[in-house]
Design a protein around this ligand. Structure first.
Ligand code: URP
Ligand code: ZN
Ligand code: ZN
Ligand code: ZN
Length: 496
């Protein structure tokens, strides 16, 4: 039997970032065609009863590293398994990172990542590109990526010394180029020199286990780099996006900068909102190593709560996961030396539920803010709103039927990811995606996925996102310093 051509979602509460309203939603050919009460729909369409359920825009994960080759191995969630897991968790788009090696072409790395991802993705995706070295060629390639390749965000690393790290003068040049081409500068904000020294110190003290990973790079190492990046970005009036904000100190730096009027956005991740760094002190090595990522989770157990408060209050803006998964046997590369434990954790499948549980169910945010921080703000910052991140006529039909009352318990035994453990193991979450619709097709229902690799599409993003650049342009116009008009000095000048 032929698939019905349309889908009518009936009687649910449609939740956008600014309002909620009981409404029907009609979907056809991958798009939302109509939103309203008692829609007159052609016969033969599939009707989904969403009474007592929320109808929300599909989640957008701003930060993933599917199948990344990193620290001597490769992340186990590839674009196929990773995007399937995303859909099962109510996420319908990911933004992954192209990370060229130092000295290598950004464009070639982009092309390679496109051909890997295009063939495998089950949901829509887009790409940020990392700037890991600096030259005139890199500068030119950034422009080509922004003008022709759909990339409007570039990540600069202040950590991973000698691998990806840039120095301040290079950061300055890269931020200035982001500004010139209308892109958003993203930073991994940790002081790479201090981490290298801290790691040597810990190892010399005989601290070789996962706790050394946090001890060698305490909060201030993250906060200092965050402040430095904000200062550099401000000198060139470039918008800044701080990826994976993991500590109270760094979050407060972002929050203070926003209060000072800086155009800066902070991205906490599911791991930092849902768990903490006390696990690094766990007696079982494999358990502790499973949480190793950079910047580390923080041992102060009140950290996730504060990050969630700041996210609820718009001090932090948007959520990702930094999904970069290595199974226990891969983590074991660092069995005798924490600096060799591949950095990365899971999150792409559980982000939506973790944020609902710790954000909405806890009373810190409402359903509208939930939508803002799980999809709409990402779409606005990275310039594809309202194509995505909104339930509205003409938007893409990436829609989730969310049951706020249903619960599920997170476990590696039941998750769809390839990694063999889950940092949220045992967490009970209220708020469950019961149906996920991607590109107008029901892809997840009754716990079953119905997807094929390559069904997702690359989302081409254009530069100069209004949400980000309006204030920047205004400041350029009115804030330009001018020279003081004076009569020439006519007095004596000493001879030298
Ligand atoms: O530990 C992490 N974060 N792994 C992925 C690379 C990065 O810095 O985002
Ligand atoms: Zn990073
Ligand atoms: Zn633990
Ligand atoms: Zn990352």
């Amino acid at each position: 039997m032929a698939e019905p051509s349309g889908i009518l979602i009936k009687g649910g509460k449609v939740v956008n970032e600014d309002c909620s309203v009981i409404s029907d939603v009609y979907i056809e050919n991958g798009k939302i065609v109509e939103v309203g009460r008692n829609l007159q729909i052609p016969a033969g369409v599939r009707v989904i009863n969403a009474t007592d359920k929320l109808v929300i825009p599909g989640g957008i994960d701003t930060h993933t590293h599917m199948e990344l080759a990193f620290m001597g191995t490769r992340a186990v969630d590839d674009f196929h398994i990773g995007t399937k897991a995303a859909l099962a968790g109510g996420t319908t788009m990911i933004l992954d990172f192209v990370i060229p090696q130092k000295g290598k072409s950004l464009l070639e790395a982009y092309d390679a990542w496109r051909s890997t991802a295009d063939a495998k993705v089950c949901c829509d995706y887009s790409l940020h590109v990392a700037v890991t070295w600096w030259s005139d060629e890199v500068k030119k390639e950034m422009e080509t990526l922004a003008k022709e390749k759909g990339v409007n965000s570039f990540k600069m690393f202040m950590a991973y010394k000698d691998v990806f790290m840039l120095h301040d003068s290079e950061l300055y040049a890269a931020f200035a180029q982001c500004k010139a081409i209308g892109a958003i500068a993203q930073v991994h904000a940790e002081n790479g020199d201090l981490i290298a020294e801290g790691a040597k110190k810990m190892l010399s003290m005989g601290i070789t286990g996962p706790e050394g990973h946090e001890l060698c790079r305490p909060e201030e190492v993250e906060a200092e780099a965050t402040q430095r990046a904000i200062t550099i970005a401000h000198t060139v009036n470039c918008p800044l996006y701080v990826v994976h904000v993991m500590s109270k100190s760094a979050a407060k730096v972002v929050s203070n900068a926003r209060r000072d009027g800086r155009v800066v956005f902070g991205e906490p991740i599911a791991a930092g909102l849902g768990t903490d760094g006390t696990h690094y002190w766990h007696k079982e090595w494999a358990h502790a190593a499973g949480f190793v990522m950079g910047p580390p989770l923080r041992p102060d157990p009140s950290t996730p709560g504060l990050l969630m408060d700041l996210l609820a209050n718009d001090d932090l803006s948007v959520t990702g996961t930094d999904n970069c998964t290595f199974s226990v046997c891969q983590k074991a590369l660092g069995r005798d030396d924490f600096t060799k434990i591949p950095n990365g954790v899971n999150g792409v499948e559980d982000r939506m539920s973790v944020i609902w549980e710790r954000g909405v169910h806890s009373g810190k945010m409402d359903e509208n803010r939930f939508v803002a921080v799980t999809s709409s703000n990402a779409a606005k910052i990275f310039n594809f709103y309202p194509q995505k991140g909104r339930i509205a006529k003409n938007s893409d039909a990436d829609v989730v039927i969310w049951d706020p009352k249903m619960t599920r318990r997170i476990s590696a035994k039941t998750h769809h990811q390839a990694v063999d453990y889950n940092i949220f193991e045992g967490m009970e979450c209220h708020g469950v995606p019961i149906i996920t619709i991607s590109r107008g097709k029901v892809v997840y229902e009754d716990g079953q996925l119905q997807v094929s690799p390559g069904e997702g599409r690359f989302i081409h993003r254009v530069p100069f996102s209004e949400f980000v650049y309006k204030r920047i342009k205004q400041r350029d116009q009115v804030g330009r310093p001018t020279a003081v008009i004076r009569k020439p000095y006519e007095g004596k000048v000493i001879s030298v």
